[in-house]
Design a protein around this ligand. Structure first.
Ligand code: ADP
Ligand code: AMP
Length: 217
């Protein structure tokens, strides 16, 4: 069993790797972006609060995210291990996570930082295509077999509302100002491992599994 955090800029490949890792290790994939998008789609109070921030590419306030993650980690389906994708994104969120872990008697085993240069991040986000079933693709780097159609469920692919040029710029600024300091935070706790996020999706997956397998030894 392993509890881990995937860190990395928007477009680093967290979601892509998280789905593969959840399958291999039988752990839960918890994406705060997916939770927020589901709430926006269902027009819940939470969704209405979050949408404006998300469309602009800004972070949703910490208090909202901390409540979401506390609620999610309190459920028994997290007892067999989980992977956090997109949380924490600020120092206050990381501090809150430490408290939640200690209140729930859980342990954070490792934080894996996926590093990708900015030019590549922009190209990845511009070409990202999603399916309602959760699958994601890239028009050039990870294309579906048939243009615009999901390999898994034959659904029609769409572009995320926040994968626009102006939102991508804001998200990268938010990443460097608010999320990047977490690298020092987790280095100081001895939990950080870094992998290169450039190259083939399978190669990066292989590197990450080496890190996790060492933890599980
Ligand atoms: P994140 O969850 O970190 O924002 P995603 O996993 O959604 O990132 O990946 C962003 C985009 O980059 C997607 O279109 C995905 O298909 C593509 N992608 C993921 N990993 C790679 C890779 N190693 N090389 C090229 N493109 C990638
Ligand atoms: P993601 O799917 O991880 O790229 O997240 C999409 C958007 O959801 C982000 O640009 C933020 O607006 C919001 N979001 C997701 N996770 C967080 C978080 N931990 N803190 C603040 N905002 C978040």
């Amino acid at each position: 069993m392993v509890n881990l955090v995937l860190l990395g800029a928007p477009g680093a490949g967290k979601g892509t790797q998280a789905k593969m890792l959840a399958g291999k290790y039988g752990i839960l994939h918890i994406s705060t972006g997916d939770i927020l998008r589901e709430n926006v789609g269902n027009n819940t109070e939470l969704g209405k609060k979050a949408k404006g921030y998300m469309d602009k590419g800004e972070l949703v306030p910490d208090s909202v995210l901390i409540d979401i993650i506390r609620d999610r980690l309190s459920r028994p389906d997290t007892d067999n291990g989980f992977l956090l994708d997109g949380y924490p994104r600020t120092i206050p969120q990381a501090e809150a996570l430490d408290n939640i872990f200690s209140q729930l008697g859980k342990i954070l085993d490792v934080v894996i930082d996926i590093e990708v240069p900015d030019e590549e991040l922009v190209a990845r986000l511009a070409g990202r295509r999603m399916c309602k079933c959760g699958a994601s693709y890239h028009v050039t780097f990870n294309p579906p077999k048939e243009d615009g159609i999901c390999d898994v469920c034959s659904g029609e692919l769409y572009q995320r509302d926040d994968d626009t040029e102006s939102s991508v710029k804001t998200r990268l600024v938010a990443y460097y100002n608010q999320t990047h300091p977490l690298i020092d935070y987790y280095t100081n706790k001895g939990l950080l491992r870094t992998v290169s996020g450039t190259g083939g999706i399978e190669d990066i997956f292989g590197e990450i599994t080496v890190v996790i397998d060492k933890i599980l030894e």
